[in-house]
Design a protein around this ligand. Structure first.
Ligand code: AMP
Length: 400
């Protein structure tokens, strides 16, 4: 199935492509038609399944039809500020160019910015329950115009004791509305709430045992000088159908592809210095399996559509979270599973933590025993305290 079969507004279909989404995930395939039809929905899915876009896309679609920027028409309630921020950011991406405005509302920060946003006019409020109730009690915002309500990660809200607050918020919402409730689990009390607030809901479920985020994210801590040998070791120990390797510069892409070819791999590069025909031959060679490895820069890799990529390797950490999502979205497409390896040094730490924040969980760390401890590879650091045991390099573990 493709996004354009879902009958979403063309701007939204275009946004999914811009986000690097190739095919709707199972929860999206099931939930989007139901939500587009205006029905209430109980979505049993956990983070990582694509549930955010599953509720945002139909929501944005509905909101595109009405008058924009006057008063909040959609309310999304989330348990944590991180999740609220993430949803708000996803609205920014999926709703780009729609003119729809959202605000994220949570405690621990000043109220003024949030109040200003309400005054300036927003279509969507993404809120944590406590702070939203504060605003409602202070009459800083009205929920009278809400036509769409989403409760995200409802089981976490229940765990965190938010249910009474949510009930108070619900009293201020119009009864006539569409409600979508997403939760990974359904404790008894939550089920009762769902029965009260959802009208003849359709239940869609993604089995937890089948991870629908088909990409696993693995991080190898490696400093720059050791990356080439780390990569070769990883490639030797990992079964790869087709690997897409990203470097920061075109020169590096070419150099690395040459090195890999010399080491016996069928590798080629895709970078800005190629003529159109060389570029096409690299692309078709990779697509048809003549090359198992394609080393590319972000710009050159735009538009690569090879569904059988089993591994994306970030030889260099990308310079934005979006680029990471875009790169790694090239594996694990459709129902296939994929793996994203990232080689990262100390200097990449800030970007890695931003990426992990977006992923919602840390990447799996794998330590490679690649670096032969020779005098010239020893870091220039003071000798360890005599009582400290030297850290033993763990055995290489590129397990699948
Ligand atoms: P979520 O379960 O909403 O937290 O989404 C998990 C990750 O999957 C996020 O990084 C999304 O950007 C990404 N994602 C959502 N839908 C798709 C899709 N159809 N194809 C590829 N990635 C997706």
């Amino acid at each position: 199935m493709h996004f354009n079969e879902l009958n979403l507004h063309p701007q939204l279909t275009a946004a999914t492509a811009a986000c690097g989404y190739q095919t709707p995930s199972p929860i999206q395939q099931q939930a989007i038609p139901v939500a587009l039809a205006g029905r209430d929905l109980l979505g049993l899915a956990q983070t990582g399944t694509g549930k955010t876009a599953a509720f945002l896309l139909p929501l944005l679609h509905h909101l595109l039809a009405g008058e924009r920027g006057n008063k909040p028409r959609a309310l999304i309630i989330a348990p944590t500020r991180e999740l609220a921020e993430q949803i708000h950011a996803d609205i920014g991406k999926l709703g780009k160019n729609t003119g729809l405005r959202s605000v994220s509302v949570y405690g621990g920060v000043g109220k003024l910015g949030q109040i200003k946003a309400f005054r300036n006019g927003v279509d969507i409020v993404v809120a944590c329950p406590g702070r939203l109730l504060d605003h409602l009690q202070a009459k800083a915002v009205s929920m009278a115009g809400i036509t769409h309500l989403v409760l995200d990660e409802a089981d976490h809200m229940f765990d965190m004791g938010f249910l009474p607050t949510i009930r108070q918020i619900l009293k201020q919402l119009p009864k006539e509305r569409q409600t979508l409730l997403f939760s990974a689990t359904m404790p008894q009390e939550l089920r009762r709430l769902a029965e009260e607030i959802l009208r003849e809901p359709t239940t869609v479920q993604v089995a937890n045992s089948v991870p629908t985020t088909t990409v696993s994210h693995v991080l190898f801590p490696v400093e720059q000088p050791h990356k080439a040998s780390a990569l070769k070791k990883i490639m030797k120990e990992t079964e790869m159908t087709a690997a897409l390797i990203f470097t920061r510069t075109k020169h590096k892409a070419l150099h690395l592809a040459t090195q890999l070819s010399k080491a016996g791999y069928s590798a080629t590069s895709l970078q800005g210095n190629l003529s159109q025909s060389q570029r096409q031959s690299a692309m078709s060679g990779f697509r048809e399996g003549r090359f198992k490895i394609l080393v590319a820069t972000d710009i050159a890799a735009r538009g690569i559509d090879v569904s059988s990529v089993s591994h994306v390797i970030n030889y260099d950490v990308p310079d934005s979270v979006e680029a990471y999502i875009h790169r790694t979205g090239r594996t694990g497409r459709a129902a296939k599973t994929g793996t994203a390896f990232t080689l990262a040094g100390q200097e990449d730490r800030p970007m890695i933590s931003r990426i992990e924040k977006t992923l919602g969980k840390p990447m799996r760390r794998e330590v490679l025993a690649i670096v032969q401890v020779t005098a010239d590879s020893l870091p220039a650091s003071p000798p360890a305290h005599p009582r400290q045991r030297p850290r033993q390099p763990r055995m290489a573990a590129a397990k699948r």
